[in-house]
Design a protein around this ligand. Structure first.
Ligand code: NAP
Length: 322
């Protein structure tokens, strides 16, 4: 059977697919356009989707053979999974394998913005470091502060566990409150979103992008944060109203932000780049060689199961039978 892969991936997971199937990999150093994607999917049985957007319009034009779209990523907001289900196409994702790596990245960003690492690096490289100054380039303490985690699932909880090592007070908000024994095992306290925003010195966002979470962090909610607080977003760009964030930062209503994801990726809202108290990264939350390879292995595993007629381990929709 034919498997189409929309961006280069390491050989090992591709070879696992090649043992049983014909694998066609996009050789161009960019994502295929929607028309190119449709052309490649006309005779495909499986699609290993690396960053491509698969909306209803694309799904309506792919061939009838397509059985599975295996997303390379845990967030699958790039795929209309419901529409795929109506067409009998399975959609899978890659949870767990990227949890700890993404939590590390949230922490890297949090520390970078709190301790002004990017500014400091630029300062030294520009030759401005002419001698120690006791009150120059001061940052904010992280240890002992309060972190508010918005979305306390796999990655949110991994961020919370790290916070305990910094002696922090961990607050969380989630659609569903955890059982008391889980809360106590994680030393985390449930807060509604608004009180959490008011209390926290650092807010780290880890909800999926769905209709309910689009602009979850909007102007009104940003205005609740302390003027000394920092926002970290490694979830998805549209969860934060980027224009409202820019205004909050410009007006010094919050102290800083660190963003791995953007509302209209790869665009960054003009103005954010000019602000020194903003740390920017190009969507590299899960970006280590090991983790991104493991994501590819898991996506391949989902495809192998689906093409063997089994239910793939990470099915996220309920496809109609056809
Ligand atoms: P997860 O385990 O599903 O955690 C997400 C949590 O958010 C769940 O507890 C979920 O509750 C909760 N939630 C859903 N809707 C909510 C709402 N309206 N209000 C409050 N909480 C809500 O997912 P994860 O593995 O931690 O991943 C989280 C997200 O991180 C992914 O969806 C992805 O977009 C993003 N991510 C980004 C990168 C990167 O490279 N920057 C890497 C990996 C992941 P329920 O379970 O009850 O729905």
């Amino acid at each position: 059977m034919k498997v189409y892969v929309s961006f280069w991936l390491p050989e090992a997971p591709l070879n696992a697919l090649r043992e049983k199937h014909a694998v066609e990999v996009n050789e161009i150093d960019r994502l295929p356009t929607p028309d190119e994607l449709i052309a490649h999917l006309t005779d495909a049985d499986a699609f290993l989707c690396v960053g491509s957007r698969v909306d209803a319009a694309v799904l309506d034009k792919v061939g009838d053979r397509l059985k599975i779209i295996a997303n390379w990523g845990v967030g699958y907001n790039n795929i209309d999974a419901e529409h795929a289900a109506k067409k009998g196409i399975m959609v899978t994702n890659t949870p767990d394998v990227l949890t700890e790596t993404t939590a590390d990245m949230a922490w890297a960003l949090l520390m970078a913005v709190a301790r002004r690492i990017v500014e400091a690096d630029t300062y030294v490289r520009a030759g401005h470091f002419q001698g120690f100054k006791p009150f120059a380039m001061l940052g904010a303490d992280v240890w002992g502060k309060t972190i508010g985690i918005v979305g306390f699932g796999r990655i949110g909880q991994a961020v919370g566990r790290r916070a305990l090592g910094f002696g922090m007070n961990v607050l969380y908000y989630d659609a569903v409150r955890l059982a008391p024994e889980t809360e106590s095992a994680l030393s985390a306290t449930y807060f509604d979103l608004e009180p959490l925003l008011k209390e926290s010195d650092f807010v780290s966002v880890h909800v999926p992008l769905i209709e309910e979470t689009r602009h979850l962090i909007n102007a009104a909610r940003l205005s609740l944060m302390k003027s000394s607080a920092f926002l970290v977003n490694t979830a998805r760009g549209p969860v934060v109203d980027e224009l409202a964030l820019l205004e909050a930062l410009r007006d010094k209503r919050i102290a800083g932000a660190a963003l791995d994801v953007f509302e209209k990726e790869p665009e960054v809202t003009p103005g954010l780049i000019d602000l020194p108290n903003v740390v920017l990264a190009p969507h590299i939350g899960s970006g280590t060689w090991e983790t991104r390879t493991n994501m590819a292995h898991l996506a391949a595993k989902n495809i192998l199961a689906a093409l063997a007629g089994d239910t793939p381990p990470n099915l996220v929709n309920k496809p109609v039978s056809r």
